[in-house]
Design a protein around this ligand. Structure first.
Ligand code: ZN
Length: 270
């Protein structure tokens, strides 16, 4: 079910990891950001859009992780964009003849039936420094950074006061660092600074996973994420509500992610 979160912006929340697909209404159809996870739910979104007479005219993937690269035939064949680095990362993966087995190995059983078909990850890379997604609709500004994944994009829809944060600013997931990068801590802090610059213009924040937040949540989530990254860097207890006994029911596994990140950082610093 699509739920309105701002004028002309709808969100579909998936059962799997509270994943959010975002629909932005434009002149002749909609922009679909991070289209969904299971084949069933994407078919539902496609049906809802068809019934309301709103074709998908473009897509966007916030970053090159499997749960943000899916697509469904019902969405049509409009261009699907990502940053140049995002597209390069997924193209490198798809160039491996065994990519399906590799990606399937990352998908938890509770994700439902996830279609790893020929439309998976077919992303067109936008030239570096492209300011806005090319489409006929409200301006969608690309805020590219290197936290969490290469070429990760947060999207600012200025006219709607809305920030689509990708896999950052979640109320349930801690910052998950990209350990393949040379300096994942600094990448994350830099990204938070970029988001902080626009925080004052944001009334609604939609994370890739978790609850949609109001204006008061934007700076609060930036502060929480930064405190977590600082604690991780300094090897301290993050005392973060998303980790440990205070985690929301069903999200206790995030504590294991935290422990894993502490270990990986420790190994790097040895
Ligand atoms: Zn994700």
């Amino acid at each position: 079910m699509l739920r309105k979160v701002a004028d002309g912006v709808l969100v579909h929340e998936s059962e799997f990891m509270q994943s959010n697909a975002v629909v932005v209404q434009g002149q002749d159809g909609v922009l679909l950001i991070d289209a969904g996870v299971s084949g069933d739910e994407m078919a539902d979104i496609a049906n809802d859009l068809r019934e309301s007479g709103q074709p998908v005219v473009a897509g966007f993937s916030t970053h090159p992780h499997w749960d943000h690269l899916l697509w469904h035939a019902g969405f049509g064949e409009g261009p699907r964009y990502g940053t140049a680095r995002c597209a390069a990362a997924i193209q490198a993966r798809l160039s491996d003849p065994d990519w399906k087995a590799g990606v399937a190995g990352m998908i938890p059983p509770d994700a439902g039936e996830v279609p790893l078909d020929d439309v998976f990850g077919r992303i067109i890379g936008l030239l570096a420094d492209t300011e806005r997604i090319p489409w006929d609709g409200p301006g969608v500004r690309i805020i590219e950074h290197q936290a969490h994944a290469p070429g990760h994009a947060a999207l600012l829809i200025e006219e709607r006061g809305m920030l689509v944060a990708g896999d950052m600013l979640s109320d349930v997931l801690i910052p998950m660092l990209n350990f393949l990068a040379p300096d994942p801590i600094e990448d994350y802090l830099t990204a938070l600074r970029l988001l902080e610059r626009v925080a004052g213009d944001v009334d609604v924040v939609v994370p890739g996973h978790g609850s949609v937040g109001g204006a008061d949540q934007v700076q609060a989530r930036i502060d929480l994420d930064r405190a977590y990254v600082h604690a991780l860097r300094d090897g301290q207890d993050p005392s973060d509500p998303r980790v440990g006994p205070s985690a929301k029911p069903g999200w206790e596994w995030v504590s294991n992610v935290h422990t894993g990140q502490l270990q990986r950082l420790g190994q790097r610093n040895e």
